[in-house]
Ligand binder design. Structure first.
Ligand code: GLU
Length: 374
């Protein structure tokens, strides 16, 4: 009897999970927002928003067993669009699939393909804004890569989710709804690439994933969010004061690959062996996820100075600490050693910027200038 009741409740739970994404959610706010600085999806001619899908949990499904495990990138872009009630009221939508992968498998080749496609789409008068759906693991890296190589003012918004589409309380539909609202908003133009998740808007440059599984995982720890978005109603905060998109010196035109840059994680008793191994395997740049203010063992510092001076390897000191800046010439003499201080950039963001910097130069002072400007 107990067994029968258990299997009935399991069947009901499975049915509910399947139905949930198709149930109507809260209606979009239709009243104009009250406070200055707030905006929402406008009435009148609808913006044309293209959804470019890459996979991730937002397109993921739980396994048949009903267990917690799930597979990223199961649903296609059409399923995502159809799974969000009232989405078509915000914008005229179209979609395409670039890849369908878990974002742990994101790589340079997909970045180059995605960036070229995004630039081509944004150059068309048929596209007013773009939403890129993406797994959350490396979402911040793809967002910042696009922020540095997209050549348009039109909104580009990355959206992910922490729970798969079939989960009870899936967060993907609300995130996609808000992402489309932001991509359709004329006020999102010129703000650089944005990340919309969990009712917040973040600048690609500032955002990072802070919790392994919670829906409240994306934060901009040093600067706070770029805005808030609740059922499509947007409140903007101060715009980013650093160069992005059209103002950068970077371009993916003609690029067939990106320079190899590795991240090495510092810790007590850090040995320099992995630094040497990375250089032997072809790393042209190294980012150190340093202790504290971008620090590491003396042996590691000495080895980095050597690979910088003897092999021209670019060395960026970032930090494994989630907030604060890595200051230049503070505890370590960067001028003398030829190092670059990452400032606000965490290790994965520093890696993205260094990859692009190395397409232009390997001189530390020029790379430092880029870290100060972007
Ligand atoms: N590892 C998967 C990915 O990044 C799941 C994480 C997620 O999307 O939330 O695609």
């Amino acid at each position: 009897m107990k067994m029968r009741r258990q299997s009935l409740s399991r069947t009901l739970a499975a049915l509910l999970a399947l139905l949930l994404p198709t149930l109507p959610s809260a209606q979009p706010v239709t009243k104009p927002a009250v406070s200055a600085g707030k905006s929402q999806a406008k009435q009148g001619p609808k913006a044309k928003v293209r959804i470019v899908a890459t996979g991730g949990t937002i397109a993921g499904a739980q396994g048949d067993s009903g267990s917690y495990g799930y597979k990223s990138g199961t649903f296609k872009v059409e399923d995502l669009i159809q799974g969000v009630p009232h989405l078509e009221k915000l914008a005229t939508l179209s979609g395409e699939q670039v890849v369908n992968i878990g974002s742990q498998d994101m790589n340079d080749a997909v970045w180059l393909k995605l960036a070229s496609r995004v630039n081509a789409l944004l150059a068309s008068p048929d596209v007013d804004g773009l939403v890129v759906t993406h797994g959350t693991d490396t979402l911040e890296e793809t967002a910042y890569f696009l922020d540095l190589v997209v050549k348009s003012d039109k909104p580009v918004v990355l959206v992910g989710s922490m729970r798969p589409a079939t989960a009870v309380s899936a967060d993907g539909p609300a995130n996609l709804y808000n992402g489309v609202a932001v991509a359709a908003s004329p006020e999102a133009r010129g703000r650089g690439v944005l990340v919309v998740i969990n009712d917040e808007i973040h600048a690609a440059r500032n955002v990072t994933k802070m919790n392994t599984t919670n829906v409240e995982t994306f934060h901009s720890p040093n600067r706070g969010p770029a805005g808030l978005v609740n059922t499509g109603a947007i409140t903007w905060m101060d715009p980013v004061d650093r160069k992005h998109t059209k103002a950068t010196e970077f371009s993916v035109k003609g690029l067939e690959s990106l320079p190899r840059v590795d991240i090495l994680y510092a810790h007590a008793n850090m040995s320099p062996d992995l630094i040497e191994a990375a250089v032997e395997h072809g790393a042209q740049g190294l980012v150190i996820a340093g202790v504290g203010d971008g620090n590491m063992t003396q042996e590691s510092i000495d080895t980095l100075e050597k690979v910088q001076k003897e092999h021209g390897v670019a060395v960026v000191r970032s930090s494994r600490v989630p907030t604060g800046l890595v200051l230049r010439d503070n505890e370590i003499n960067d001028d003398q050693k030829g190092f670059v201080a990452s400032g606000e950039f965490n290790p994965p963001k520093a890696r993205v910027l260094l990859q692009l910097a190395l397409t232009k130069t390997c001189r530390p002072e020029r790379i430092q200038r880029m870290f100060d400007e972007y």
